[in-house]
Design a protein around this ligand. Structure first.
Ligand code: ADP
Length: 400
């Protein structure tokens, strides 16, 4: 019997594996290794018992993949080799407008894109190489966070810089979270009973990373992230938009370029503003207990989000729905309510009861009768990766 599909999300310090059998919406089991390369490296199987997976001290990606895969073998979730492996790859540049079957030339192109995403693509590539070593005969597919946004028009993707920066170095807005925005498009279309190519929405993916996308008739037309995932909204530890003029001040204050990168990527956002945490749940609770930093952080987060939702309207001729997703979007009625309070003039009005009801990953509508449609829909990036991988396997079968 053909083995399950394996979906791999290899981040800089984490590794997530998910196994799918016939149902490509819900994994039969998944496993997560975190804090890799540190003394706190740990791994857990997301089964009913939340089985801890032993890791060697300071385990890196290599040790983690071996430990996770051998646990999946031992517990018979993965009795033989997977039938296909799908990898999340953060940056596909302008080269990848869709998912790709991985061969030597695709791997080389992903490596070339690492110059655009030095914080992300090397870890994705490492995951690809490790799985190729473990399962040399299994087809592997790369699914790119950037691919869905390759339909952005020039006026949305160009920065107002001398054009040679785009031509020589590929400096432009790429956008990320494409698999999530695509999944939300498909689910919204399904809910509304329309074909995706006739569905227009604003998708707000609010997790540790946050982005919004304007999707017109099934195609991404604008999004808040840019050349890297740093641009746009306030995020867990990322600043989102700041004035580039600040770089002079940072340098005068003695920061080297890697320190500026760390400041903007790891010490800013909700964490930097609150001085407390990058975790929205912690901040919502702290605000209730009177923590001023938490209140300020949530306030800036919601206002920036509302401002971007307003900006996304300029790319649409009609709007079927504004959709909230991601850990915060799915679970935080407070964030949704506060964001929507800035958007009354644009016709968004939240229904307090249904907003509170949809606080626990339940899909549903949260708008009043006179409002534009506002939905909460849980995202499922793994499902898109599993389906794209299966698509390549099916087309291999058709051609064999
Ligand atoms: P990632 O981008 O790592 O996949 P998630 O989509 O899981 O992240 O989102 C993580 C964020 O969701 C965290 O800020 C977390 O606090 C927030 N979150 C999860 N549950 C709740 C909740 N009940 N209320 C507010 N925020 C929540």
């Amino acid at each position: 019997m053909a083995g399950p599909l394996l979906v791999v999300n290899s981040g800089s310090s984490s590794l997530k594996l998910a196994l799918f059998k016939d149902d490509l919406e819900t994994p039969v089991v998944s496993a997560l290794a975190e804090r890799l390369g540190t003394r706190e490296a740990r791994a857990v199987l997301k089964d009913a018992a939340r089985t801890t997976i032993p890791l060697p001290e300071q385990a890196g990606h290599h040790a983690a993949v071996e430990a996770l895969v051998s646990t999946l073998h031992r517990l018979e979730w993965l009795p033989n080799a997977p039938r296909g492996i799908g990898h999340r790859v953060v940056h596909g540049g302008e080269r990848f407008k869709a998912s790709a079957r991985i061969d030597a030339s695709v791997a080389a192109d992903i490596e070339a894109c690492a110059a655009l995403a030095p914080l992300h693509n090397p870890a994705n590539l490492e995951g690809i190489h490790l799985l190729q070593t473990l399962f040399p005969n299994t087809p592997q597919v790369a699914v790119f966070d950037t691919a869905f946004h390759q339909t952005l028009p020039e006026h949305a993707y160009l920065y107002a810089l001398p054009r040679e920066w785009y031509e020589r170095c590929g400096v432009r807005r790429y956008g990320f979270h494409g698999t999530s925005h695509l999944y939300i498009l498909q689910q919204t279309a399904k809910r509304l009973g329309k074909p995706p190519e006739e569905t227009s929405l604003i998708s707000a993916h609010l997790g540790n990373g946050c982005s919004v996308a304007a999707i017109a008739n099934g195609r991404s037309r604008d999004t808040s992230m840019g050349f890297t995932p740093l641009e746009g909204l306030v995020m867990g530890t990322r600043s989102g938009d700041i004035d580039p003029g600040l770089f002079d001040l940072f340098r005068r204050e003695g920061l080297q370029s890697d320190q500026i990168t760390a400041l903007l990527n790891h010490q800013s956002g909700l964490l930097g503003l609150s001085g407390l945490s990058n975790d929205m749940r912690t901040l919502v609770e702290a605000e209730r207990d009177g923590h001023t930093g938490a209140k300020v952080a949530i306030g800036v987060f919601c206002f920036r989000l509302a401002r971007y939702i307003g900006a996304m309207m300029s790319s649409l001729e009609q709007l079927d729905a504004l959709v909230f997703t991601g850990g915060i979007g799915e679970n935080s009625p407070e964030v949704r309510k506060r964001t929507l309070s800035h958007l009354k003039l644009l016709g968004f009005d939240v229904d307090e009861t249904s907003n509170a009801d949809h606080g626990h990953q339940r899909a549903g509508a949260i708008h009043t009768g006179g409002s534009r449609r506002i939905l909460v829909i849980p995202t499922n990036e793994e499902s898109i990766i599993a389906r794209d991988t299966q698509y390549f396997l099916d087309s291999d079968n058709r051609h064999s």
